[in-house]
Design a protein around this ligand. Structure first.
Ligand code: AMP
Length: 112
């Protein structure tokens, strides 16, 4: 079994987060140290979709970045956000601190 990260605990509601979107596949919550007016993190929820980092993707998890991007796109449309940045930090040397794959969603526009 893989190590339980901070984002496993947020996913499992063991520690609080400001959740802005959730469905069966994905959870999105506000970054605690926002670097833009709207700074969200999208994670995949299913254990079978768990991957620590882009650097660890396999054939079995190759769909996960696309899933996160598609949900971020839908979220932006639903909230009339017309401009945003999507980022993956990859590895410690790439600024990654939490080893549970997450997509940063940054926008200077507000969630409507
Ligand atoms: P990364 O550097 O890509 O691993 O990003 C991890 C992000 O998680 C950082 O932007 C942190 O500000 C954010 N973060 C850390 N702890 C929490 C928390 N408890 N709730 C929400 N976001 C967090």
């Amino acid at each position: 079994m893989s190590e339980q990260t901070l984002f496993h605990k947020i996913r499992d509601k063991k520690i609080p987060a400001t959740i802005v979107y959730e469905d069966d596949e994905v959870l999105a919550f506000k970054d605690i140290h926002p670097k833009a007016h709207t700074h969200l993190l999208f994670i995949a929820k299913k254990d079978s979709d768990f991957v620590a980092s882009i650097d660890d993707l396999t054939e079995a998890t190759a769909h996960v970045p696309g899933l996160l991007i598609r949900k971020a796109q839908s979220f932006a449309k639903a909230h009339s956000i017309t401009g945003y940045q999507l980022k993956f930090h990859v590895g410690k040397d790439g600024g990654q601190e939490v080893f549970y794959l997450h997509l940063h969603f940054l926008s200077e526009q507000k969630i409507g």
